[in-house]
Write a protein that binds this ligand. Structure first.
Ligand SMILES: Cc1cc2nc3c(=O)[nH]c(=O)nc-3n(C[C@H](O)[C@H](O)[C@H](O)COP(=O)(O)OP(=O)(O)OC[C@H]3O[C@@H](n4cnc5c(N)ncnc54)[C@H](O)[C@@H]3O)c2cc1C
Length: 469
């Protein structure tokens, strides 16, 4: 069995580490943040210091795909999440009011998610991982560089060096250091050819507040969890233990939005949205939490069919990350971690073959999600910019974007189309897979052509500017 070092004890790094340890590998996780894992969900929410994860107290929702991975791979972690107060949430319950009543179907359970606030998700993963045989987690250890040897002209990673100068040798190093992964620098330091990396600011800024129910009642969505209201979007996320978050987000170029840091202005905007104002009916348990500077970033370690180096796999956000408004990061990161375990099972004894197989799995199964997510975000940002600047809105011309826009128009009108929409939203099936189903694309275009999109009620741009002035 192999020695494996996982860099980063975020949710996906811990999932990868547990899956590999359960395959009887000796796994060490190195985590830069020194804070010990709290005993309870309450302590995790109130006190856990996780400076290495900038989004630690930002809104999180687990898409149904995350629950599917947990069901299949880590059912004990799923059970621990449920025991910690995570909410079983049926995403079909957020059907728009225009949709005829949804008759239940035998396979509707696939739309059910298990979701919680981020510190609660992470404390459950961390406590499960800490109890795992063959898995050691060392906190307060920052990795500063890779240790390599030359193997047929390609650097082969054989371990890592920590900031304190300690070297740990490994048969495989897993980079799970998240969106700020220093992999590009680490590769440059060991002299590989430059990494293929695409990175640009996502262009969004977030303003979030959390609430807790006063009487055990939770607000129900009246228009899905994510709604575009003019130049702002509203994200309302159910959470664990009778909590929820409400997020207003928009373009980071929209300077007046900085006023949303003010609780009174923030609440005035939510209150002015008739389908969302009821989410304010709870005890606020935070102030307004802003977040900006979120990158879309994708990288690849194989160029022209040749690995830049071997002995290293980048997983989850360390591989690619996007603007998070579709809430896909952990669901896809867990799926990525499970596939890493599969590839380790079959390819680990040959580093070159392993590097190519890991690239192939990532490119065929994960990269299409990255591209699809970025495309949705770019389209929404263009729409926001048009509303904000009063410029003309150009309809999409790219066939995938045309179908995506038609799906949004058509989904409130037919149960089959709504379910197709929720499959994509829940990361259960890629748009390209869904639209290959016989007759679906034509049906979506036909229904979309018969329906105008009715903009959800809420403040106009002028009213918004008045509310936050
Ligand atoms: C604002 C925001 C909201 C989001 N909302 C959602 C959501 O609703 N649903 C969802 O699924 N996803 C969401 N995401 C994405 C989600 O947070 C990430 O996909 C997820 O955290 C990735 O997990 P990870 O384990 O790969 O990395 P991380 O959770 O980022 O963990 C990386 C770890 O590596 C450690 N580390 C870094 N450098 C080193 C080093 N040199 N040595 C040792 N350790 C190191 C860090 O301290 C950290 O603990 C959101 C992201 C943002 C920014």
């Amino acid at each position: 069995m192999a020695r494996i070092v996982v860099l980063g004890a975020g949710v996906c790094g811990l999932a990868a580490a547990m899956l590999l340890a359960r395959d009887r590998h000796d796994v060490t996780v190195l985590e830069r943040d020194p804070a010990p894992v709290p005993d309870t969900a309450g302590q995790a929410w109130e006190h856990w210091s996780r400076g290495g994860v900038a989004q630690f107290r930002q809104p999180h929702y687990l898409q149904p795909r995350a629950r599917h991975v947990l069901d299949a791979e880590l059912p004990d972690v799923r059970d621990a999440l449920a025991a910690g107060g995570a909410l079983r949430y049926d995403s079909l319950s957020a059907a728009p009011p225009s949709l005829p009543r949804l008759e239940p179907r035998a396979d509707d359970d696939r739309f059910v998610s298990l979701t919680a606030r981020r510190p609660i998700i992470e404390v459950v993963f961390a406590r499960s991982a800490a109890a795992e045989p063959r898995l050691e987690i060392r906190r307060g250890i920052a990795v500063s560089r890779l240790v390599t040897r030359d193997r047929s002209g390609v650097p082969n990673v054989i371990g890592v060096r920590t900031e304190s100068g300690e070297e740990l040798l490994a048969d495989l190093v897993v980079d799970a250091t998240g969106r700020r992964s220093p992999l590009a620098k680490w590769l440059a330091d060991v002299g590989t050819a430059p990494l293929h990396e695409e990175a640009e600011p996502s262009g969004f800024v977030y303003y979030t507040r959390y609430f807790r129910s006063r009487d055990g009642a939770r607000p129900q969505p009246r228009e899905g969890l994510l709604t575009a209201v003019g130049s702002l979007s509203i994200l309302t996320l159910p959470g664990d233990n009778d909590t929820w978050s409400v997020t207003l987000f928009g373009s980071s170029a929209d300077r007046p939005l900085t006023q949303l840091r003010d609780e009174t202005r923030w609440a005035a905007v939510v209150a002015a949205c008739p389908l969302h104002a009821h989410w304010l009916a709870g005890e606020a348990i935070t102030g307004v939490l802003p977040m900006a500077g979120v990158l879309d970033r994708y990288r690849r370690l194989v160029t022209d069919g040749r690995p830049l180096l071997t002995g290293l796999a980048a997983v989850a956000d360390a591989w690619a990350c996007t603007n998070p408004s579709l809430g896909r990061g952990i669901a896809l990161g867990l799926a990525h971690a499970a596939r890493l375990r599969d590839i380790v099972r079959t390819e680990l004894d040959d580093p070159h073959r392993f590097a190519l197989a890991w690239d192939r799995v990532t490119e065929t199964e994960l990269t299409p999600w990255y591209r699809a997510t970025v495309a949705v975000d770019r389209a929404r940002l263009a729409e926001i910019e048009a509303i904000r600047t009063g410029s003309e809105r150009r309809p999409p011309t790219d066939p995938a974007a045309v179908l995506g826009a038609a799906l949004v128009r058509a989904m409130p009108h037919e149960p089959d189309i709504f379910r197709a929409f929720m499959e994509i939203g829940g990361c259960l099936a890629l748009p390209s897979v869904v639209f290959k189903r016989p007759g679906l694309a034509d049906r979506v275009l036909e229904v979309a052509a018969r329906h105008e999109i009715a903009p959800p009620p809420g403040p106009t741009r002028e009213e918004l500017l008045r509310l936050i002035a």
